[in-house]
Design a protein around this ligand. Sequence first.
Ligand SMILES: [Zn+2]
Length: 238
Amino acid sequence: MAKPIIIDPGHGPHHTKAGMRGEDYDPGTGCTKEGTQYDEAKIVRAVVKSLIGKLAEADADIKAITTDECIGYVASGLIDNVVDDKTKSIALRQRVIDAAEYARDTCKTPPVFFLSVHVNANSNLPDAHGADIFYWNPQEATADWAFAENFMKNYLDYTLSFGGERYKTFIQGKRNLPDEVNYAVLRHALRQGIENSLLIELGFITNENDSAILCNEDDQKIIGEALALAVADALTQK
Ligand SMILES: [Zn+2]
């Protein structure tokens, strides 16, 4: 039986079904280059598409499910019980719940890994660049830190070997060590019983070098393939 994992392209379509509030589309961060708009939501979708294709080649036993394909899977009306949450965090929570439920139903086993893919931004610090990795599990902090560190190391190695020299500053953030952060998607992945959950910020759209790579289709493919191999490694090493 295939091992289900959940890949979450950060931002994008939200719930619009009756009983669920939400915007139609959350673009995330973004930039404009020569009149063309590059949204985080579109960049991470291109990366995730490449990730899923490469992962299928790398390990046929892993069944990658995206949160996009599961939106609205559980029409539980849970949203109505939490009136104080901001619209965004409700939608974030629901997409994790939906995907986890879908994974359990289709693979008859809980998802073993959750990865949310994002693009960073800091308009005040145009020099800020590089990838960052986040996890959240206060109970298993040491093990999760090591898991995140290992994942990041493999991802950076693959990215550099596929992308070459011009990726050097793209991947080298101020610090590539994992940070424990109580983000909604990570918190809800944990509540869904998913053993390991990570959120990766691929790079800064506000940095000239990073954004040249992030907005380039060939580079989006490379980043997705590097992520796929890091995911496959993370699951075989467990
Ligand atoms: Zn984001």
